[in-house]
Write a protein that binds this ligand. Sequence first.
Ligand code: NDP
Length: 455
Amino acid sequence: MTTLSVIEPATEQVLREVPRAGVEETDAAVAAAKAAFPAWRDVAPGDRATLLRRLADHLEAHHEELSLLEARDAGKPITSARGEIGMVIATFRYYVGAPERLLGDTIPVAGGIAMTFREPLGVVGLITPWNFPLAIASWKMAPALAAGNTIVLKPAELTPLTAMRFAELALEAGIPEGVVNVVVGPGRTCGQRLVEHPDVAKIAFTGSTAVGSSIAAEAAGTIKRVTLELGGKSANIVFADADVRAAALAAPGAVFDNAGQDCCARSRILVQESAVDEFLEHMEGAVQAIRVGDPLDPATTMGPLISAGQRETVSSFVPDGAPVAIRGQAPDGPGFWFPPTVLSPVDPGDRAAVDEIFGPVACVIPFSDEAHAIRLANDTIYGLSGSVWTGDGARGLRVARAMEAGNLSINSNSSVRVTTPFGGFKQSGYGRELGPHATDAYTDVKTVYYRTQED
Ligand code: NDP
């Protein structure tokens, strides 16, 4: 194996050298997962629940260690990293209850009874991105394992460290060898191999729409199950009848959190024409209050971008002459820094209003009335999340129902909870993660007919 240099985005220094896997190592991980599957599937549901609970406890005992690792590897504020690792633990705790709740139906039929079972798929390949490394992986790992599958996780090469540590912690917690496998290597070799491997039953992917599309096409070759959580260009609709100040103060967090590298980022802020000035006035202070800097400083609220390449991409959305209405601060010197930036007014057809930027750049787009707001909000290939701010409750619900997206909030910008389904409409993907039904995506339904009628 060659080695991979993992770079710390806040310093541009090498954080760690790790072995880099290729096709051979990916095949070995799949073989280990395949060998471990029958025994893991046959662990009694209550015992599988106990093992998952032990794993959650063990992760909790390593909460601070994992948070520090994530903060340095992904360049995210330590307070955010602690929150994300907290969510990893909560996700495993939530699915502790799942093995004993994989319920089926009994269906009366002529001559006997038919019953259904939710059977695990076998070896599941998980391909995850660099923006919320262990959190997004946990949304896939916990329900997959709870349902009795074994897994091969391929984290993004940019941020593999918490996944590697997770594999060690899982073993220490008593998860049997071969059940959890982590392969660190390039998407185009290791990820691709998982997608085409005949012994991998399903791919659960989070990342760009382009790669998601190619995975869906290639998975068809072996009729793999696929779930995709892809990009977004979510709308944050602010009506003039809303508490405009509250909406404006909340808006920066909804797009600049994780330095904007968030598939749910509300990066299109649609503000009713008569409220634009008031909105920007309140937003200015909130943007200037964002502390961009050292991820390990507890006062920091925004870190650097993940890489030099990502910074270059993000910069291209703010060319000379762009309508910069608000620009926050960012450090000089080493680190992939980019200041929180608000563009206003932006034409809905402008590239910054159409493409997923995946950085701290927000577009303010004025609208005239409710129908116009809905039309603008839905005028995108994406459909992941969004918000509606209004003082009229019926309008809030009406507009949320009209928006073509999977995760919406009214007078709030929060979209992700362990206990509720999460996923996209349109080219933001298909399948749902989290919530009570996530195990459906890691099982197939089997129908068994039992003849009771005597001849
Ligand atoms: P990618 O979609 O390229 O990467 C996501 C994961 O897929 C990584 O683990 C990557 O591996 C892997 N991968 C890449 N190519 C293949 C392939 N051909 N077959 C199988 N797996 C593959 O995202 P990027 O990191 O390049 O980010 C680019 C853009 O994607 C961002 O700017 C953003 O717009 C969007 N994005 C959206 C995310 C979301 O949460 N929905 C998350 C991340 C990105 P590796 O990187 O190790 O090579």
